[in-house]
Design a binder for this molecule. Structure first.
Ligand SMILES: Nc1nc2c(ncn2[C@@H]2O[C@H](COP(=O)(O)OP(=O)(O)OP(=O)(O)O)[C@@H](O)[C@H]2O)c(=O)[nH]1
Ligand SMILES: [Mg+2]
Length: 421
């Protein structure tokens, strides 16, 4: 089969794994998702099978009968690669390639490959390369070890050093360079952030499972021309836009990379710079595809990634999206804890208003209503109250001004401390 650009698609078979303690339904969802990932990566799934076993075989992952079955399928279908839904050890991968005679990759490699193709910004590319090299390093073993006589060049290795060692050393060096590059990006970001803290515009971050509709929501709220696609990992690089809330307060809203079950830890580690937007946010908008049969499993997966980022205690608004595809009776019942809204970002119908009103309400919890007495010699502080908050009442007396204002707690504290100075 050819894809739309006329390129021959690689042919793949998928292998799932079900341990005794696994929920068979989750295994099925996971395999379906793997098929979508393969589609996104640009290959064609010819067949799929699942191994049921108490635990994977340490040497070959599959039992010998299953391994033979896979090898036979590869021959009869003319398959180019086999993709496993679980992470394979370096040894398992090598052995399986020998048994099947074709390329064998796992879910992690597939996701890394998709990220590599989709990364657009230099930061995104650096992060993906870092994740790939960290994945590769422990897999450069055994096979192919030879005393290298050619290549490398003078000064690249000591006498008798194997090619493998040279490769390892180069990769480690490259990893260090990439880390340094990311560190610089981070420093730059920190500077920008410090600038923002002087005028603390609340920072909101859209998080959620891939394909939940995060970019659609950013587009709905801001008209931002971001990519919306029925593909997994359509968005990799963060986009931030200003949004004005119903009370006229400005906030910054960031759309970033989606999460997935068993997101490779190399990726999470490498994408820290990108995911910093999530860690720094004042409020998370956790977007859920309410029409997905495994919506609850996806919420759980997102919460796990948030935990690994140290962001699980952040205030969050649950945004159940795509309700145009759901029977009203089937919507999850949600109260105020955690706060939730139900919308369809695609068909609109008041979605923006509903979402922004909920955000407004949550952010209001960060504001306080306070009365200040400002002596005339410090009347400059009045301007701050006007600029950063909403002045409700102002009375000019003999000694100074009595002002009642609604303002963010941090600013109220700052003004109070300046009044004490
Ligand atoms: N029916 C329906 N489809 C929606 C809705 N919101 C988004 N979609 C569709 O869902 C798909 C994914 O939307 P995106 O906005 O790209 O999702 P995302 O969360 O940004 O996904 P990634 O960037 O891949 O993580 C697109 O085909 C959208 O058109 C909705 O409210 N209803
Ligand atoms: Mg997106």
């Amino acid at each position: 089969m050819e894809d739309t650009s006329g390129v021959m698609l690689e042919k793949a078979i998928l292998v799932g794994f079900e341990a005794q303690e696994d929920d068979p339904e989750q295994v099925t969802y996971s395999l379906e998702e793997l098929a979508r990932l393969v589609d996104t990566a640009g290959a064609e799934v010819l067949s799929q099978l699942t191994q049921k076993r108490s635990r994977p075989d340490p040497a070959t992952f599959l039992g010998s009968g299953k391994a033979e079955e896979v090898a036979e399928l590869c021959r009869s279908l003319g398959v180019d690669l086999v993709i496993f839904d679980r992470e394979l050890s370096p040894r398992q991968g090598r052995n399986l390639e020998e048994i099947t005679g074709v390329r064998v990759i796992d879910r992690t490699q597939l996701i890394l490959d998709i990220f590599a193709r989709r990364a657009r910004t230099s930061e995104g590319k650096v992060q993906v390369e870092l994740a790939q090299l960290n994945y590769l390093l422990p897999r450069l073993t055994g096979k192919g070890v030879e005393l290298s006589r050619l290549g490398g060049g003078i000064g690249t290795r000591g006498p008798g050093e194997t090619k493998l060692e040279v490769d390892r050393r180069r990769i480690r060096q490259r990893i260090n360079d990439l880390k340094e590059e990311l560190e610089n990006v981070k420093k730059h970001r920190d500077l920008l952030r410090r600038g923002r803290q002087e005028a603390p515009i609340p920072l909101l971050s859209l998080v959620g499972y891939t394909n939940a509709g995060k970019s659609t929501i950013l587009r709905m709220l801001t008209g931002a021309d971001v990519l919306v696609e029925d593909k997994l990992f359509a968005t990799l690089d963060p986009t931030t836009r200003r949004v004005i809330l119903p009370n006229n307060e400005a906030v910054l809203l960031t759309d970033t990379v989606g999460f997935i079950q068993r997101l490779p830890h190399h990726l999470v580690a490498a994408f820290r710079a990108t995911l910093e937007e999530v860690v720094e946010a004042d409020l998370l908008l956790h977007v859920v595809d309410a029409s997905h049969p495994n919506a609850n499993g996806q919420i759980e997966a997102v919460n796990q990634v948030l935990e690994s980022l140290g962001a699980s205690a952040k205030p969050a608004l649950m945004v159940y999206n795509k309700i145009d595809l759901v029977d009203k009776a089937e919507l999850p019942r949600a109260g105020d804890d955690p706060p939730a809204v139900f919308i369809s970002a695609l068909s609109g119908q008041g979605a923006a208003g509903l979402l922004l009103a909920a955000v407004d309400k949550l952010l209001a919890a960060r504001r306080t209503r306070t009365t200040f007495f400002i002596p005339y010699q410090k009347s400059g502080l009045l301007a701050i109250l006007h600029e950063k908050g909403r002045v409700l009442h102002e009375e000019h007396g003999q000694e100074g001004i009595i002002v009642e204002a609604e303002i963010e707690v941090v600013w109220a504290k700052r003004v109070e401390s300046k009044l004490r100075d």
